[in-house]
Design a protein around this ligand. Structure first.
Ligand SMILES: [Zn+2]
Length: 666
């Protein structure tokens, strides 16, 4: 089997990719793109040579961060990770000389849709294909490898070129026989972005396709494709790639690039990428950019925004021993360090699962380091199975409501479990009834049983629950990490134990009353912007966790930071600024100037909001807020809480605001 080949060319014209936009904004984009760039064979070397056009602030996607991914694109069907049923079918169609006239590739981003489309184009034009695989040696394959295809593949990014003119031009060109091969393959990415008129024009071509034409329509949102189009395509649903397949590909890339990663490091990267090979390779790329080509486990975890192992183990220990003070201290310390709490909790669930398996005597196959095996083995002996199951239940069903940095859900879950609420009612602790689309930690042991086979995982999230925890080096300085916020932890412990429950999600900002509808709308996008910035730069994500949109106008956004030190860090680091600009541009669908500013009032507003949210004088002090979510734990009612929880709801509110909780419009 031929190993993956480095891809020698830049093959795409990177353009801003607006999502969910009204057409006026997209027209804005089209005017930015020289028309000569549209509808050219984008595999060709000419575009790469010319380089992408310079756009205003933030208009370009992070080319630099995709270098590894594009270099290591699969070149044969056999190299496409985790989509064997699809690639096998396509290979047979090529081998039999019966490719369909139109394919619809749907599925999440980073699962291989475009790569497969390109391999298909290469394979159908290969003059010496073996079992449907391109030979990578004939003149046609060489043209693909060197980016000199004339018109055997024509790529169109519908996110940028969604109008009828593009599709009409495509139709006219489609009538001409390909110069460099048997088939012209039109690869239309993000096809759901086409306008209705463009879809109609496309439909006409699909109804009477010239025999030398193959359409490959790729989309992440199949439900937005008109049924008339879908019915004329052979449809393939690309699945999220399972963890092992992602790890295997990462290993190939790492070996080819001379990157050395500590055992378990690639698994950690793959887990973070939740089934997207593109995300996984880009994460690896970022880690190397930070720490060089030799990555120990600490570098990987730090880079991914995870916490070092001692803290996940410590928190698992605190849970099963119901040590409220230690647990809340660990959580607040992790949050203070800018750790993504959702990933942190996922790691803790992983550790708890290992604990359960060790307890049940089924831990032989767990990939644990010797130190960890000893440590967890001892803990397992001392712990009741029921406590582990209860802890898994408490953390396994956590809902972060789209804000993975918010430590409040985890604190509430922990506190209610520790004071005995978590076991009595199996009701999951959720901040809102709507689960986030992905990345939600699963509860492996309480649902399918601890020894559920990996193959039984649900297709939507195959790589999460069944995976055993990774071996990690033990950390001697675990105790030190509890240093900061010990006093605060105690206060928070008191707060949580007093049962104030989750605060209402409508937190007031300093200027809430005067905020324009545009500003409110921009703030509603803040969690998305932050997450996208984090994907580009982990540091940017951490810094944005404690910021908020201060002002918003058509062409500029003021990002307010509570702390001078954070503002300085943002202004000093060009990469962080770039990540923020790109995240804003991607979310808002157009380039927007980003102006970081100090917004100390945001900090003060936490206190103000807390005061305004305090119970009214007639209400008992420390009683639950009437507007708390229905599923909120009410420790006060259970009688298990300590006294003296006055003003605790306000305190938690302040904390939540201070550390980046985002107001949500009810
Ligand atoms: Zn060939």
């Amino acid at each position: 089997m031929i190993p993956w080949q480095p891809h020698p060319r830049r093959s795409r014209c990177w353009l801003p990719r607006p999502t969910r936009l009204a057409s006026p904004v997209s027209l804005h984009f089209v005017t930015l793109v020289p028309s000569a760039l549209l509808l050219q064979p984008s595999e060709g070397g000419t575009l790469a040579g010319a380089g992408p056009p310079e756009f205003p602030l933030g208009a370009r996607l992070p080319v630099s961060q995709e270098v590894l991914y594009r270099k290591w694109r699969p070149q044969r069907f056999a190299d496409v990770a985790g989509q064997e049923p699809i690639t096998t079918t396509l290979r047979h169609a090529v081998a039999g000389g019966t490719p369909a006239h139109a394919y619809l590739f749907t599925g999440p981003r980073g699962t291989g849709k475009t790569s497969t489309g390109r391999i298909l184009a290469k394979a159908v034009n290969c003059t010496a294909a073996v079992d449907g695989e391109p030979c990578d040696a004939c003149p046609s394959c060489e043209a693909f490898a060197t980016g000199r295809t004339m018109d055997t593949i024509i790529e169109l990014d519908a996110a940028s070129n969604r109008g009828i003119d593009e599709v009409r031009a495509m139709r006219e060109a489609a009538g001409i026989q390909p110069g460099g091969g048997r088939y012209k393959v039109y690869l239309i990415d993000e096809v759901h972005m086409l306008t209705d008129a463009a879809f109609n024009a496309l439909l006409k071509t699909l109804e009477e396709p010239p025999p030398h034409i193959i359409f490959v329509l790729a989309t992440t949102e199949a439900h937005r494709i008109p049924a008339t189009i879908v019915s004329r395509c052979q449809r393939f649903d690309f699945r999220r790639i399972n963890l092992q397949a992602v790890v295997d590909r990462l290993a190939v890339v790492a070996a080819g690039e001379g990157i050395t990663v500590a055992p378990g490091g690639l698994e950690a990267v793959a887990r973070q990428a939740t089934g997207s090979l593109r995300d996984a390779v880009n994460l690896l790329d970022q880690l190397v950019a930070y720490d060089g080509v030799t990555l120990d486990m600490e570098a990987v975890q730090r880079g991914l925004g995870l916490v070092v192992d001692s803290r996940t183990t410590e928190l698992a220990r605190a849970m099963v021993t119901k040590d409220l003070g230690t647990g809340l201290t660990l959580l607040s310390a992790a949050r203070d360090d800018g750790v993504e709490i959702r990933s942190f909790v996922r790691e803790v669930v992983s550790t708890l699962r290992a604990l359960l398996m060790l307890r049940a005597g089924a831990g032989d196959g767990l990939p644990l380091s010797e130190v960890q095996r000893t440590e967890l083995g001892t803990l397992a002996k001392e712990t009741q199975t029921g406590a582990i199951v209860g802890a898994l239940r408490a953390f396994g069903s956590l809902d972060f409501a789209g804000d993975p940095y918010d430590s409040l859900p985890a604190e509430i879950a922990f506190a209610s479990f520790a004071v005995g609420l978590g076991e009595e009612s199996a009701a999951p602790v959720a901040m809102t009834p709507t689960p986030p689309p992905s990345g939600r930690p699963a509860a492996p042991a309480t649902r399918g049983g601890a020894q559920r086979a990996p193959g039984n995982a649900r297709p939507g999230q195959p790589q999460q629950s069944p995976q055993p925890p990774q071996a990690r080096p033990s950390q001697a300085q675990g105790g030190e990490q509890q240093r900061a916020g010990a006093g605060e932890g105690a206060r928070r412990q008191e707060a949580a134990a007093a049962g104030s429950g989750p605060p209402p999600r409508t937190l007031a900002l300093p200027d809430e009353a005067q905020a324009s509808p545009e500003l409110v709308a921009a703030r509603a996008q803040w969690a998305t912007i932050r997450e996208r910035a984090r994907k580009r730069s982990i540091k940017a994500g951490s810094l944005l966790a404690q910021a908020q949109v201060k002002q918003f106008a058509d062409d500029s956004i003021e990002v307010g930071f509570q702390f001078r030190s954070h503002l300085d860090k943002v202004q000093e680091d060009a990469n962080v600024m770039l990540a923020i600009r790109e995240a804003v541009a991607e979310t808002m669908g157009r380039p927007i100037a980003v102006v970081p500013v100090l917004w100390e009032a945001l900090h003060a507003a936490g206190a103000a909001a807390a005061a305004s949210a305090s119970p009214s004088p007639s209400a008992p002090r420390g009683a639950p807020e009437p507007s708390s979510a229905p599923s909120a734990p009410r420790a006060g009612a259970s009688g298990g809480a300590g006294p003296g929880g006055s003003g605790t709801g306000g305190h938690l509110l302040e904390e939540a605001l201070k550390y980046g909780a985002v107001p949500v419009e009810e």
